[in-house]
Design a protein around this ligand. Structure first.
Ligand code: FAD
Length: 397
């Protein structure tokens, strides 16, 4: 006989875990499945060495359920975002503009946390939620969608009857495929390197994005490491150059990264292994199917610029939660799902288009586009209403 649950979540990445936390907190019974064991230690094989700059709306969601109590103590606030345009190699600074959170209000733009650490803390939080069942080592294998509910088949042969199946199972989403939903993908031939560095010049809670041919190089503040200032690096590059950089010994990589950062923080010393991520824009053709909602990378993948990826995912989660709470009797009904699709589709498509265009401009080595980039940075920053509007849009309004 099939087990019964309100919500079945396929995927225990950060998005899936946070989805389980918010739906569990709201009183729904939740079963989360993921074939991969969670890695919650920076040094372990396969640990996620990316960081996430959680923006204000994400913090609001975490505060609502008490999750911020465990995440907050590990977070580094981001009070200033500095955009630096450079050209040539070694890069020379052409323009530098600072966007200050004080321009919009009192609190920082966001709070940066390492992904492996967030995963550890969210798992700890979930351990205290009796209506959430986590099944690691077991995956989503298929489903039978019916008007009354979905009958999900797991990889160990178990069957689960769910009112709503949430696909949070990443770029290749098995739930999306089982629901027959396609996705449009834009490839750039770029890859992103993610690693941490220490540096002699303090970051002062400034997140710095440095543009040059190949893509953006971003330094996001972390807590000091052994008393030395530390930042998370995301370095986008054309594929072959990224692969060559990732294969370098730490000393050589540090030298290249220091040049690429124009030594704004002095000599950068790699302080972790390097992980490599393909850069794509991907948008699912639909966000819902009968009894199914897609969230996070199952629904959209964005190039890692402006901390939009997981933050956009948390807008999905918040929207779906609000609708489910308003229809407690059946959180997977056709009307809930139609409203979810209506509410999220436009934001996702617009955000994907803007980040796509921004990435193309950032990575270009062509002189006219580079001139446009510097002009655009000046224009956006120096006209106060435009600056504030762009900052608000970046935060998710
Ligand atoms: C370099 C880089 C830097 C980034 N920085 C930021 C940032 O600063 N801010 C931000 O907002 N975003 C950022 N992002 C984006 C963010 O990291 C991702 O959006 C997020 O980690 C993806 O989470 P996810 O849970 O959607 O997917 P994933 O982490 O891919 O999780 C999917 C899960 O599904 C599981 N799965 C697979 N098959 C099955 C199955 N059959 N059944 C069940 N489960 C299955 C997988 O095992 C996996 O655990 C960055 C991205 C990159 C590449």
């Amino acid at each position: 006989m099939a087990e019964d649950t309100d919500i079945l979540i396929s995927g225990g990445g950060l998005a899936g875990l946070i989805t389980a936390a918010v739906f569990g907190h709201a009183g729904f019974t939740v079963r989360l499945v993921d074939p991969a064991p969670p890695v919650t230690d920076a040094e372990a094989d396969g640990s996620d060495l990316r960081s996430t700059a959680f923006l204000r709306p994400a913090r609001d969601l975490f505060e609502r359920i008490g999750l911020w109590d465990v995440l907050g103590p590990h977070a580094t606030p981001l009070e200033v975002l500095e955009a630096v345009d450079t050209h040539g190699w070694p890069p020379e600074v052409v323009e530098r503009r600072a966007f200050r959170s004080g321009d919009l209000g009192e609190t920082p733009f966001g709070w940066n946390l390492m992904n492996w650490l967030t995963r550890r803390e969210v798992l700890g939080f979930l351990a205290g939620q009796p209506n959430v069942t986590l099944s690691h080592g077991v995956g989503f294998a298929g489903m039978l969608q019916r008007t009354s509910g979905a009958l999900v088949r797991l990889s160990d042969g178990t069957r689960v009857q769910a009112r709503l199946v949430i696909g949070a199972d990443g770029r290749a989403s098995p739930v999306r495929q089982a629901a027959g939903i396609g996705a449009s993908v834009t490839r750039y031939g770029q890859k992103a390197l993610a690693f941490t560095v220490t540096h002699p010049v303090p970051h002062g809670n400034v997140s710095t994005e440095i543009y040059n041919q190949g893509g953006a190089f971003t330094l996001v503040p972390l807590p000091d490491l052994g008393g030395v200032p530390c930042s998370a690096v995301v370095w986008m590059n054309d594929g072959p150059r990224a692969v060559a950089l990732a294969a370098m010994a730490p000393g050589a990589l540090g030298k290249e990264a220091s040049l690429r950062s124009c030594h704004l923080f002095g000599a950068l010393t790699p302080a972790s292994e390097v992980r490599v991520w393909p850069v794509v824009t991907q948008v699912a053709d639909a966000l819902v199917a009968e009894r199914v909602a897609l969230v996070a990378e199952a629904a959209h993948v964005l190039p890692p610029i402006g901390a939009q990826g997981l933050n956009t995912s948390l807008h999905d989660v918040a929207a779906l939660l609000a609708l489910a709470e308003a229809h407690r009797g059946d959180p997977g009904s056709a009307s809930v799902l139609a409203s979810y699709a209506r509410e999220r589709r436009r934001d996702i498509v617009v955000r994907a288009r803007v980040i796509d265009a921004f990435n193309r401009i950032c990575r270009s080595g062509e002189a006219p586009i580079q001139a446009l980039r510097a002009l655009g940075l000046r224009g956006v920053h120096d006209v106060a209403p435009v600056r504030r509007a762009v900052m608000r849009a970046g935060l998710g309004s």
